[in-house]
Design a protein around this ligand. Structure first.
Ligand code: ZN
Length: 414
């Protein structure tokens, strides 16, 4: 493993103190952004100082150095796209109606069935490359388009195979209750989920269970049951809640010990204090809100209440066909009123906490894994220049895995 010396950075984003597992409220704005050099060795951040003996010397003058983005909510790997549905949505057809007429999750489930493993993985590979060029160094994969016992297990195997093929590291979530499969009732399908748990655990790659609570999907009672299954299996519980309509799911999720509650576009203000006080992240998905013309999660109020606020893409072929964390950050900053420090903290250390990886990534601290980005300008340009990736180079485990052509001249190999 080579040593790397990153020299002359104008801004290096550092947490307010070392060893913080996540950043809440004012802690986000208290992140430091000073000029600094960095030395990387053996895959980790070795020192907040240059290393004259390093094999790779990086000229970071004028650059910001930040932790790699942790996209803790994506639906990779999936098959195909659903562009025609987006056209329908633009004309005002509601998602529930698209879903009830055979579109939505069921359409992606059909596509997954009809594509060979290699085709699904090739599409995911290409998306992972896009994600890397946009600064994502760790991302979550979910099942959920299998919609059968075999289909869900196949999706989990594909997710594990993807991890081997891409430069990033990935984490797998079993979204076993995404849509009610044809021929089942929601209750009946939860029985199948319960039966398949030994197989899911034996797969060895899954770290969390997930469920979609909505009138067209599953209920709060099913959320409670998923929480019991997660607890029994020693897995984290995550949930898609309060997206299209409010079902009062957040108190139920908190009681069930959820690691995260995701979406929250319809979160009642009365649920904010309990969520802010809980050891549970509020994962906000502004791309889905913007493209779906959904309601807006109370992002600003959650930050001010001290909640553990996270930004992610929700990358999926239906509601959020976007894999770019800079776009998620840009929309999150605009829709919720977040500062650059708040939005980037929500997209790095807080995302790492959701995935249980905060001990070794998500912030720039000596000893942590060297997953870093060199940005071609200050961090406030991420949200300001919406739609553009500011990533000049990306390091994963101390290795430069992405270098934009105009950044090649900054890399001096010795
Ligand atoms: Zn999702």
């Amino acid at each position: 493993m080579i040593g790397v010396s990153i020299e002359g950075a104008a801004q290096v984003l550092r947490p307010p103190a070392d060893g913080m597992p996540h950043l809440r409220g004012d802690e986000l704005e208290a992140q430091r952004l000073d000029p600094c050099d960095l030395a990387l060795r053996d895959g980790a951040i070795a020192a907040l100082d240059a290393d004259g003996g390093a094999e790779l010397r990086v000229d970071a003058s004028g650059c910001a150095v930040i932790p790699g983005f942790v996209d803790c909510h994506t639906h990779l790997p999936f098959a195909g796209w659903r562009a025609a549905e987006y056209e329908q949505k633009l004309r005002g057809v509601p998602y529930e109606e698209i879903s009830r007429s055979g579109g939505g999750i069921a359409a992606s489930a059909r596509a997954l069935r009809e594509h060979a493993d290699e085709e699904v993985l090739a599409q995911a590979d290409a998306l992972a490359a896009e994600m890397l060029a946009s600064g994502t160094t760790t991302f979550e994969c979910k099942s959920g388009y299998g919609l059968s016992r075999d289909g869900e297990m196949r999706a989990l195997v594909l997710a594990r195979e993807l991890e081997v093929r891409v430069p990033q590291s990935t984490v797998s979530t079993a979204l076993l209750a995404h849509a009610v499969p044809e021929g089942h009732s929601a209750d009946g399908w939860m029985g199948v989920v319960q039966e398949m748990m030994p197989e899911v655990i034996a797969a060895g790659s899954v770290t969390a269970l997930d469920i979609f609570v909505e009138s067209i999907a599953f209920s709060n009672e099913h959320l409670e049951l998923m929480g019991e299954l997660a607890r029994a299996a020693g897995l984290a519980l995550r949930c898609h809640v309060e997206q299209f309509s409010s079902h009062g799911s957040v108190p139920v999720a908190l009681a069930a010990g959820a690691r995260s509650v995701d979406h929250l576009s319809m979160l009642p203000a009365s649920d904010i204090p309990a969520l802010a006080a809980a050891r549970c992240a509020a994962v906000l998905l502004p791309v889905a809100e913007f493209l779906g013309d959904e309601h807006r999660a109370p992002g600003r109020a959650l930050v001010e209440a001290g909640a553990l606020v996270v930004l992610a893409t929700d990358a999926n072929p239906g509601t959020a066909p976007v894999v770019s964390m800079p776009v998620a950050i840009g929309l999150g900053a605009r829709l919720y009123g977040l500062s650059a420090r708040e939005a980037v903290g929500a997209a790095t250390i807080n995302g790492a906490w959701v995935l249980g990886l905060e001990h070794d990534r998500g912030s720039i601290e000596v000893g942590k894994r060297a997953d870093l980005l060199l940005l071609d300008g200050p961090i406030d340009a991420i949200a300001y220049r919406l739609g553009r990736s500011p990533v000049g180079a990306a390091f994963v485990g101390g290795r430069p895995v992405y270098v934009r052509p105009d950044f090649e001249h900054r890399m001096e190999r010795r």
